[in-house]
Design a protein around this ligand. Structure first.
Ligand SMILES: Cc1ncc(COP(=O)(O)O)c(C=O)c1O
Length: 502
């Protein structure tokens, strides 16, 4: 495709035409261009509501089976992102991850997954009935975070699980750490296994040479990318990319249509169309500026006593092949404050909201919308906090992230089994029926089907003591957790069931 073709915005253009034609609406949505909800229209503006139309209108195509302007918009996106096929998603990368898993694995099938995978992966396992084979990511003790996975650990998992249907990789982690995806792809392909990639935080990778390789550049077979997080489209709008012939695009599309709404938001899809044009034509220049702003902020922050901001020095270490410099993972442990505390101080004293915090860090996300002013506000605030709050040599007590847990039954089996509720404190040895995680970053501490250990309980308590909000359990406070009701008979029933499904 010629680069000039990226000037086109077929879907956005068709929507503008629909509005310009002053088309009289006798279709849903019932607000009819915002006239039915004046208070909201007054605040958000007329145009966003004027293009909030429904699927299947003449000239506006249908995302479930695109044949017109959406088809063309997806072809342009496939070209820009280096894929053979692209599918617009309006339920975030979550729905893309679930479609990828559903398209490669069915009940009882194994799939190789990093332990620090996002909660949407557990949803994909429950929907598909697949069994996860978890790979432990490398842990950085100083940062207290999970890094990437090594190619060697992928090879080992494939040797030990030759029937696994696919390898799942996160590119990059929430904190910007990329594994050696190219080598992982080469290993997986040498076993004839597809590589499916969570690019929730990597949609911008293919558009600047100083960023880690994108999944498509590294030769992966599928990627779900949050265009909304870092490429400028509206929240919830993501893209599912497919390449090569290890996966069947028609099967992917069918899996996607299982959960995708039949009434996708046109404002979201139009924003994907425009964001794709922008990143294809101006991405290099915009990301150049973003990277420079972030590197300058990192340099200034690293000069502050008690602050460490992770950067390119981690590239080439065991857990990190490449690092995304637009992430500012600000480690505050030497100030004697937790990341949670710093997040609150930034928010309520400086009106700065970071992406997330954990025990030791706050994560500030740099992106194409940043400016010198916004960066300097962050840097000055951190400098002031370091001066004002510094309580040097205060030792933070934190349990370390628990090791991989024993998977007793599949996540789907656990999800559908009879359950009882126990106090988290008394749950040692039980099989969990729920996920328990700290959100953000949305990484499960325990997943459905796994045995709860003392370590898990202590880790959850340590996070709570630091003010972290645990989620995933039906109990909003995560004091109680649902476990399988009759552990021993459930285990027996599961193995009988596993024999039946092979
Ligand atoms: C690592 C990771 N994967 C997947 C997702 C899901 O993406 P989305 O919010 O676009 O559904 C997230 C969301 O934060 C994430 O952090």
């Amino acid at each position: 495709m010629r680069i000039e073709e990226q000037q086109e915005t077929p879907l956005f253009t068709a929507l503008k035409k629909y509005v310009e034609d002053r088309t009289i609406s006798f279709h849903v949505p019932g607000h009819k261009g915002g006239k039915g909800i004046p208070e909201f229209r007054e605040f958000v503006g007329e145009n966003i509501l004027a293009i909030d139309v429904t699927a299947g209108l003449l000239g506006l195509d249908n995302v479930c089976n695109p044949l017109g302007v959406i088809k063309r918009a997806e072809e342009l996106a496939a070209d820009a992102f280096g894929a053979d096929h692209a599918h617009f998603l309006v339920n975030g990368t979550t729905s893309g991850i679930q479609a990828m898993i559903l398209s490669v694995a069915g009940p009882g099938d194994e799939i190789i997954i990093p332990r620090n995978a996002h909660r949407s992966v557990v949803g994909g396992l429950i929907l598909s009935g697949a069994r996860p084979v978890y790979i432990k990511p490398v842990i950085d003790d100083y940062m207290g975070i999970a890094m990437g996975i090594t190619p060697e650990s992928v090879r080992r998992a494939l040797v030990e699980h030759p029937n696994a249907k696919a390898v799942f990789v996160i590119n990059p982690t929430y904190y910007g750490v990329a594994s050696n995806l190219k080598e992982i792809v080469e290993i997986a392909h040498s076993f004839d296994k597809p590589v499916i990639v969570d690019e929730a935080h990597g949609a911008h990778f293919g558009f600047h040479p100083q960023l880690p390789l994108s999944a498509m550049e590294a030769g992966a077979d599928m990627s779900a990318a949050s265009v909304h997080k870092l490429v400028g489209s509206m929240t919830q709008s993501s893209i599912l990319l497919v390449k090569g012939n290890l996966v069947d695009d028609k099967k992917v599309k069918a899996a996607m249509n299982l959960t995708q709404t039949t009434s996708p938001s046109y404002p979201l899809m139009a924003s994907l169309d425009v964001a794709r044009k922008q990143i294809a034509l101006k991405g290099r220049e915009m990301l150049d500026r973003t990277i420079k702003l972030c590197e300058e902020a990192r340099r200034e922050l690293n000069a502050v006593d008690g602050i460490y901001v992770m950067g390119r020095e981690v590239e080439g270490t065991e857990g990190c092949h490449a690092y995304d410099p637009t992430k500012l993972a600000i480690n505050v442990r030497e100030l004697g404050l937790s990341g949670f505390e710093v997040e609150r101080i930034l928010r309520y004293e400086y009106h700065i909201q970071v992406e997330l915090s954990d025990l030791y860090n706050v994560l500030a996300v740099g992106a194409i919308g940043d400016s010198e002013e916004s960066m300097s506000a962050l840097v000055e605030a951190i400098k002031e906090i370091a001066q004002k709050y510094a309580r040097k040599n205060v030792i933070k007590i934190a349990a370390s992230l628990p090791e991989n847990q024993e998977l007793v039954v599949s996540p789907r089996f656990a999800f559908y089994s009879e359950k009882k509720v126990v106090h988290l404190e008394d749950s040692e040895g039980e099989i969990s029926a729920e996920m328990l995680m700290a959100y953000p970053p949305g990484i499960p501490i325990i997943c459905p089907g796994e045995r709860i250990t003392r370590e898990v309980i202590e880790y959850a308590k340590a996070l709570k003591a630091e003010g972290c909000h645990l989620q995933g359990t039906e109990d909003p406070e995560a004091n109680f957790i649902k476990v399988l009701a009759d552990r021993e008979s459930v285990e027996m029933e599961y193995y009988r069931h596993a024999e039946q499904v092979g």
